[in-house]
Ligand binder design. Sequence first.
Ligand code: DMJ
Length: 693
Amino acid sequence: MYPPSRKDFISLTLSDPHSHTYNNGKHRRQSCWRKWKQLSRLQRSLILFLLALVLIFGLLSFPSITEQWRGLPDREDWLELNDRDLKAIPPGLKPVLAPAGSKGPAPMAGPLVGPAVGPAVGPEAVEEPRGPNIPILVKPPTKKKTFPHKRGPPSLQKDGNISDTVNGEKQEHEVIREEEEEGGEEGDKEKKIVSWRGAMIEADQATEPPPSANEKEAAPPPAQANPAGTVPLEVSPRTVDRLEVVRDAFRHAWKGYKDHAWGHDELKPISKSFGEWFGLGLTLIDSLDTMWIMGLKEEFAEAKNWVEKELSFNKNVDVNLFETTIRVLGGLLSAYHLTGDQLFLEKAKDLGSRLMPAFKTPSKIPFSDVNIGKGTAHPPRWTSDSTLAEVTSIQLEFRELSRISHEPQYQEVANEVMKLVHKLPGKQDGLVPMFINTNSGQFTHKGVFTLGARADSYYEYLLKQWIQGGKTEDHLLEDYLQAVEGVKKHLVRQTGPSRLTFVGELSHNRFNPKMDHLVCFLPGTLALGAHNGLPGDHMDLAVQLMETCHQMYTQMETGLSPEIAHFSLQASDGRDVVVKPADRHNLLRPETVESLFYMYRFTKDTKYRDWGWEILQSFNKYTKVSSGGYTSINNVRDPVNPGPRDKMESFFLGETLKYLYLLFSDDMELLSLDKYVFNTEAHPLPIWPSPPK
Ligand code: DMJ
């Protein structure tokens, strides 16, 4: 038996026809009443007194919470996403012509936690200067009544780890109490699950020495079975060692998944159990192309066998359109391109068709959730808005699906969203608000701009779609170039102490020096643009931001970045990076190593590899669980008790380890950036061949 799993993300109700629907609620109520009556009068009075205290405290705190979330959606039931069905949507979407040049499969040789729910105006917020390079006037910190340890709308604030989706991403809302930071009660609770030291291989306090590279075993599959040209070239011994350490990390993560979570969405490595989000084997599918690229043939074969025999999309389950597209559809398409195996294409087509009901809205802006078994779709319960990044970061996958399936409906609906957003009023110098309404097709909650959660991959996909389509779609380039100028004008600032360049947030013309780790995708994207002929100053900004993302790791005691960093604008000799208690967690995210990969490919500056190597060593030192798997942690500032959160996100295998591997590989043809574009979940898709002239 698996130990009871903590509920740390949105619950899905999967009706199981075979399960017994025994309802013991009444019995439980009776037994509670009996227990209550068995208590002494003193005990009962004490409990009632405590309850009254909690209530009074809650009432006193309410105004500050609401103030903090001013400007953000006032949502009562943020968490209850997935249990509503709308009316069935009639099937059949109008087909359109495929674009010139889409002539079938590409020749084989040739893309939400405690974190960011948007840029709340923090105590350090300052008025936005009218233009770039104007010295920032820093307001003296005002003693505003805040609720510093809680993030998210009030209804999210429950003890424990709770998740919702932000930018489609599960957002874990963690309440960290002061006592916990000082090793208080909550920290002890974690230890009761399993002591942190007990969770690590003792010798693993330092990184395990890599076994000597076995070229035969390490070699990727043979060229004819590997049409993407992913056979590595000769590599230097040092590179091999680093590659082998990444492979070892993958094998260790995979072992945990295989032993305790096989076929489920995510591994909970501490409790040796699993978590289910959509019930689609997320980690397994997210990992397929990583295993292929790393040459892990046995593991790949087992996973492929599961896809063939076990994976079914014919199930009554609500899935998030964005997450399912980038992780599952993207993973299947990528596996198809790397292996040439039709199985993956057939699965991708099946899934793609089941996601289409999401686009049946009055505005053609898709709903966030789809029931892939029933063919129904709906927005979250509290709103008819969709998150901007979610609706604009499914295009690479839908377009590619049309190209290789010769079924144009996927690209039609995806392109339509981009065209609508292109001409929509409410942008500020190319920067977009974080929400869009599925009825009106208009932006909502205007005036709040971020490159982090809810908006990030909109910018990424503008550039990448333009590259994917052979640099012919001018509206995408236009929007991307304008957005970069908007970022430079409104969001880029430098810290006081060390002049680190960072990207902050803007809320109704007030600047907030807060940057999600998610924003660390930006150096890589800017570098990719420069590599494709865009202005040289994009590369200059990329270099500066890369240094800042690196500092977000090195300035922490564990060598791992927090989920969110605040930057000091005060000229002093103090710290550049300030981390608030609620932001100290690390979810094994990929963005920084992703950007390091791009920066190394384009500059060959080995410092980027060294920075990635340091990050890998920190992951091995502070997040590796002895029995298998890696875990996200609660506190990157506490190397003695980083506080395992008991979850390994699928993107650790799908993205983080893949980008590290590619960073250390000497083979520039291994997924050449001139032939492939990576989706936002690190799944490579081919750049389309130009149409014959
Ligand atoms: C991934 O699912 C994707 O990279 C997405 O674009 C952002 N969040 C996670 C990784 O941090």
